[in-house]
Design a protein around this ligand. Structure first.
Ligand code: DAH
Length: 337
C-alpha cells in the first residue's frame, strides 16, 4: 500500500461515515474501519512495508484518518441518538412529548379584548389616555362638584405634582373631545386607581372600559339599543337588560344598567342574591356642562357615555370569587382560563 492508496481509503472512509443515514449505518462504518479486525489496524500493519521516504507522511495520514473518522462517527452517533424531526433510527416514538409551557392570555386581557371587539363591530374605535391625569380632566371637566366625595384624598391618589392617578376612565372622554370634532365613537379600556382597602371585591388598582358616542340627535334609545346588542354579544342571546335611574355628575339623565343573572337566567339564585339581576355598568346622556368644558355646542350635538368595571365582568363570566386572584399571577390559577 502506498500513500495514494491510503489517501483514497481516507476519502472513502470519511465519505461513508458522512453519508450514514442512521445509527445502524454508522455502526457498520465503525466496525469496517475502526474495530480490531477493521481496515485501520490492517493499514497500521502495512506501515513497516512502506518506503523510507513515504513513511513519515504515511504515518501522519493514518493518524489523521483515525482521528477524523473517530470524531465524525461520534458526532453521527450523538445525532442519531437524539433523533431528528424526520424520524430515523434514533427517534423513539414512545417517548412522552416535551411540554413547551405555552402561556395563556390573562383573564382581564381576554375580557377587555372581547368587550372592545364587540364595540369595534359597531364602529367604535379604541382611544387611550394616561394613568396620571390632571384634576381638570378627571373631575372638573366632567362636571364633578368641588365637594364631591370622590375628590376626597381618602378616595383618590394625589401626586405631589398636583396631578392624580385617574379614578375612572372617564377623563379619556374629555381628552378625546378636546382633540376631535363630533361625531365621536370611542371605546377606551384602561387602568384606574382608588384608595380602596383590598378585599374579595375591591382593589386599589383595577380596570374599566369607557364608551362615548356623540353626534347629532343621539338619544337614550340609542344607548339602550347599543347596550342591548353588547349584552347579547357578551352574555348570549337570552340576556335581558334593565335601566335603573341613578346619578353621575357627567351624565343627565344617568342610569345604572343591570343584566339578567347569567347563572339562573333571571330566576333568582345565590349569585344574584335572589334578585335575578346583576349590576354591570353606569351610563347616561352626556351632561351639557361636559360638552361646554370641551368646547362642543350642546345645542347641536348630544351623546351617551358609559363605563364598566372589567374585573367585575371577568369574575362573573369566569366564576372567580376573589378579585385578588387576578393580581397574584399564580400560574396554577391563571392557566385555567
Ligand atoms: N365613571 C363612572 C365610575 O367610575 C362610570 C361611568 C358612569 C362612566 C356613567 C360613564 C358614565 O361614562 O356615563 O363609576
Amino acid at each position: 500500500m502506498n500513500l495514494q492508496d491510503l489517501n483514497d481509503l481516507k476519502a472513502k472512509a470519511l465519505g461513508e461515515a458522512q453519508n450514514a443515514v442512521d445509527a445502524a449505518a454508522i455502526e457498520a462504518v465503525r466496525i469496517e474501519y475502526l474495530s480490531r479486525k477493521g481496515l485501520l489496524p490492517q493499514v497500521m500493519q502495512e506501515l513497516k512495508n512502506v518506503s523510507k521516504e513515504e513513511k513519515p507522511l504515511f504515518g501522519k495520514t493514518v493518524n489523521e484518518l483515525k482521528n477524523e473518522l473517530t470524531e465524525l462517527i461520534k458526532q453521527k452517533q450523538a445525532e442519531f441518538a437524539g433523533g431528528t424531526a424526520s424520524g430515523g433510527a434514533g427517534f423513539d416514538l414512545t417517548q412522552p412529548g416535551q411540554w413547551q409551557g405555552l402561556g395563556t392570555r390573562h383573564p382581564i386581557t381576554q375580557i377587555t379584548d372581547r368587550i372592545t371587539g364587540i364595540f369595534q363591530t359597531l364602529g367604535f374605535t379604541v382611544a387611550d389616555g394616561p394613568d396620571v391625569e390632571t384634576v381638570w380632566n378627571n373631575f372638573d371637566a366632567l362636571n364633578t362638584p368641588a365637594d364631591h366625595p370622590s375628590r376626597d384624598e381618602q378616595d383618590t391618589f394625589y401626586l405631589e405634582s398636583g396631578e392624580l392617578m385617574r379614578c375612572h376612565t372617564s377623563p379619556v372622554q374629555v381628552r378625546y373631545m378636546m382633540e376631535h370634532k363630533p361625531p365621536v365613537r370611542i371605546i377606551s379600556p384602561g387602568r384606574c386607581y382608588r384608595r380602596d382597602t383590598p378585599d374579595a371585591t375591591h382593589s386599589a388598582n383595577f380596570h374599566q372600559v369607557e364608551g362615548l358616542y356623540v353626534d347629532e340627535n343621539v338619544s337614550l334609545a340609542d344607548l339602550k339599543g347599543t347596550l342591548s346588542y353588547f349584552a347579547k354579544e357578551m352574555m348570549g342571546p337570552d340576556v335581558k337588560i334593565r335601566f335603573r335611574p341613578h346619578f353621575f355628575p357627567f351624565t343627565e339623565p344617568s342610569v345604572e344598567v343591570d343584566f339578567t343573572c347569567h347563572v339562573c337566567n333571571g330566576k333568582g339564585c345565590r349569585v344574584c342574591k335572589n334578585s335575578g339581576w346583576i349590576e354591570i355598568l353606569g351610563a347616561g346622556m352626556v351632561d351639557p356642562n361636559v360638552f361646554e368644558s370641551v368646547g362642543y355646542d350642546a345645542e347641536k350635538v348630544s351623546g351617551f357615555a358609559f363605563g364598566m368595571g372589567i374585573e367585575r365582568i371577568t369574575m362573573i363570566l369566569f366564576g372567580i370569587h376573589d378579585i385578588r386572584n387576578l393580581y397574584e399571577n399564580d400560574v396554577r390559577f391563571l392557566s385555567q382560563f
